[in-house]
Design a protein around this ligand. Structure first.
Ligand SMILES: Cc1ncc(COP(=O)(O)O)c(C=O)c1O
Length: 428
């Protein structure tokens, strides 16, 4: 590992847009990464509890995906093919069908969208509107679905919405489970509003929701609530879209966040860890009777990333051929819950959020959460916040993190939280 500091960080401040964000929390220049470890150019190493916001669920540079990609490139395999038929696309589709769709009895079609999550969301709501002939889409408080205009209109966060520059129309935001306090049954409230012809809510084309709200503070909906929303969608002729961009692909415990629930989404959006290797790749799963697109009606140059097809196939075969990975996630999730509960117990008013490997601690305010993450970074841990006021310290470790390193990272987080809480108490 080199100890020479080669980059002049001023180039970022001089030339990169103010819109940059994560780099402001992790002020170093990263050079290499393997598994759950990041290295910077000073030679320091960090345990990664951010995973590219859940885009690296299988860690950095998985050796099998890397080898397959290198083979593909050195063999002059296709790098870009628009949406033409290629061997890697056939292999990915066959593997996805065999390991993901068929075992679940899902007959969904696979729509290759533009490469990032928001593109998959745009495709889903556009199709729901086209199929139903309705405009209104119901999304939920604290939901986050992306930054392009359609997806942004579904997103709750005022700061993000503020950047739109045009009215964000065609969406009704309704309360997510628990968002009005533990005493309010939001499902029955929503049901009542939808049944009331004078509620002002136009007949919905779709409901779109995350089962664990990734950016919105790790609010995890219960099975009863999700099944209730699915029932309401059916009853009101609306399509059910599950946005599994962050919670899917193992993050919430299984391949889909709704596995083990009695819901059959009309559409599912996937992106982030889909390639397995951190490459841009998104898709929308569509129930076959909804696949009414005319050829090229929803087009795009980068739909289906051939390099991502190669790595995604390896990821599916390596991690989703049997239950071993899922069981490992369950074991790690239990360790995570215990450790975070310990942290929450030391902070007055703090509480645990989320489920699976998508958990965190709501520490009550954004300043404390930011201080804990900053302190953790000084100690060699990369971790971020989430929530309406960034009040949740959120653990998004690679699902493949070796147990020793996982416990070590949680140890750093615990120390960081203790230090910040003591500093806060001393200052009061
Ligand atoms: C649930 C969810 N949907 C959509 C998106 C948007 O994905 P992308 O940033 O790849 O456009 C995100 C990103 O964080 C997300 O968490």
């Amino acid at each position: 590992m080199t100890t020479d500091i080669v980059s002049d960080k001023k180039i970022f401040e001089r030339r990169e847009s103010q819109v940059r964000s994560y780099c402001r929390s992790f002020d170093t220049v990263f050079t290499k990464a393997q598994g759950s470890t990041l290295h910077d150019e000073s030679g320091a190493s960090y345990t990664d509890f951010l995973s590219g916001c859940s885009s690296l669920n299988y860690g950095h540079n998985d050796p099998d995906m890397k080898a397959a990609l290198i083979d593909h490139i050195t063999g002059d395999g296709i790098a870009h093919a628009l949406d033409m038929y290629t061997g890697p696309k056939a292999a990915f589709l066959e593997t996805f069908e065999r390991l993901v769709l068929a075992p679940r009895g899902m007959d969904h079609k696979i729509m290759m969208t533009g490469p990032t999550g928001t593109n998959a969301v745009e495709a889903a709501i556009k199709l729901a509107r086209k199929v139903t002939g309705r405009t209104n889409v119901i999304s939920f408080t604290n939901g986050f679905h992306g930054m392009t205009l359609g997806a942004l209109s579904l997103t709750g966060n005022a700061g993000k919405r503020g950047g739109a520059g045009v009215p964000l129309n065609g969406v009704t935001h309704l309360p997510y489970e628990g968002s009005l306090g533990d005493d309010v049954d939001t499902l029955s409230l929503i049901e009542t509003m939808l049944e009331n012809g004078s509620s002002g809510i136009d007949a919905p084309a779709a409901f779109i929701l995350e089962l664990v709200q990734g950016e919105g503070g790790l609010n995890a909906a219960s099975r009863t609530w999700v099944e209730g929303i699915a029932r309401l969608a059916r009853k009101h002729g609306a399509k059910l879209i599950i946005d599994d961009i962050q919670a899917g692909l193992g993050r919430a415990g299984d391949f889909f966040s709704f596995d083990n629930m009695d819901v059959k989404p009309d559409m599912i959006t996937l992106a982030k860890s889909l390639s397995g290797f951190g490459l841009p790749f998104a898709l929308t799963l569509i129930r076959p009777e909804l696949d009414v697109w005319k050829p090229a009606e929803h087009n795009g140059t980068f739909r289906g990333n051939t390099h991502a097809f190669v790595t995604a196939k390896v990821a599916l075969e390596k991690f989703w051929s049997d239950d071993a990975f899922k069981n490992d996630i369950a074991e790690k999730s239990a360790v995570l819950t215990k450790s975070l509960q310990h942290i929450a117990d030391t902070i007055p008013g703090a509480r645990l959020k989320g489920r699976g490997m998508m958990q965190g601690v709501d520490v009550g305010n954004g300043d404390l959460a930011a201080a804990i993450c900053a302190e953790a970074f000084l100690r060699g841990l990369v971790i971020e916040t989430s929530g309406a006021n960034d009040e949740v310290v959120k653990v998004l470790a690679p699902l493949t993190t070796p147990m020793d390193q996982f416990r070590q990272g949680l140890g750093i987080l615990t120390e960081a939280a203790q230090t910040c809480v003591q500093t806060k108490i001393a200052a009061e």
